[in-house]
Design a protein around this ligand. Sequence first.
Ligand code: SF4
Length: 460
Amino acid sequence: MLLRHTTKEIKEREGLTINPAKTCQPIGAMYAALGIHGCLPHSHGSQGCCSYHRSMLTRHFKEPVMAATSSFTEGASVFGGQANLLQAINNIFTIYDPELIAVHSTCLSETIGDDLKQIVTKAKDDGKVPEGKEVTYASTPSFVGSHVTGYANMVAGMTQQFAEKSETQLDRTNIVAGWMEPSDIREIKRLAKELAAEILLYPDVTDVLDTPQTGKHDMYPKGGVTVEQMKTLGDSKSTISLGNFTAEAAAIALEKKCGVGFVSEDIPVGISATDRFLMALSKAAGVEIPQSITDERGRLVDMITDMQQYFHGKKVAVFGDPDWIVPLCEFLVELDMKPVHVLSGTPGKRLDKRLHELLDMDVPDANIKNGASADLFLLHQWIKNEPVDLLIGNTHGKFIARDEDIPFIRFGFPIIDRVGHSYFPNVGYSGAMRIVEKLLMAIMDRQDRDAPEERFELVM
Ligand code: SF4
């Protein structure tokens, strides 16, 4: 009983979060920045923030994550961090020679009131940014939002600062990638290739956070979209944003700046969300969906049909990030499962609305909550009051799973006690097959474990 102090009785709490279901904004900003080729993320704050954010990404991806820091001490905390950041920009270009520095703020620099736009402009005016190099920035205070907000802010900021429109109209669709694993981004690109759709996808962390082992450390791996490519975003004919919470803000920024229209889609998890994404891409790019993709869908439907009886009526508790739990809950309902507890630490009325739209008909009594007070303590209490057959969420859920003896599927960010997430996708029809396999393994392993000897089946 690691969480032995969790009580069954639920009391309204406002000023206290216990075991939050979210993390710092800058982690999202750092992750988004790594999807740009040759980028060194820079944390404008104290060393502790930067160390924590790097270590979370390193633990999740099992890859070294490079980032610099303004290294605030008492002086910067009182007088402001401009001098630190100006010196940092100079040092970074001189010593580490990145193509781009992506600066994000932290709680401390936001509280002081440092203006990143003004400081970066001064750095350029003072000649601290070499010819052909770039510095971008985003405001990411952790006392509002979550890592999800930080990702959205950095992608929108880079779009706003780099996108340009020329006289040349390209027969190309932009895809703004919400917070996905490198494996998921590879799958999106594979699907676009199957459709023969011309795309520019960004940020792109493939070949940055899933690099092959060569025995040699590469400070700037070969992957990532280049700044030069990002400057052509305004020449594409349209944009698809994948993830209402992490990608849509960038699509809005691009439309405002360059007039490129967009459609906002969910990250393609499960059948319906993948259908919607492929239809949107097919329409935007003016291409047909090939038979090979239709066959993939058919294999997924066949797999689900074969095993439907194991899903029927199973109660599930889900927690995680909005862009993932929305399409996941939709998929669970399609599988005839019941997401009875759904929780996210990321705030926003829109998430609550979407989840109610998805669940009110099939799971009318579901517990749904998001924001700072939607924490893992509350999720545990919900489960004590209404037990579930499965728990789905990031690594932090393992304590609840152990205490309540519930099968647990790791899904989302961070996963710091298992591997595979960065190599095997959860998106698209093939990703949905992987999710189905994981669900079945968890459910059927538990059935085997708990079956009395006379009911123990060889063939299931
Ligand atoms: S909560 Fe704020 S101060 Fe703490 S690690 Fe995150 S960004 Fe830094």
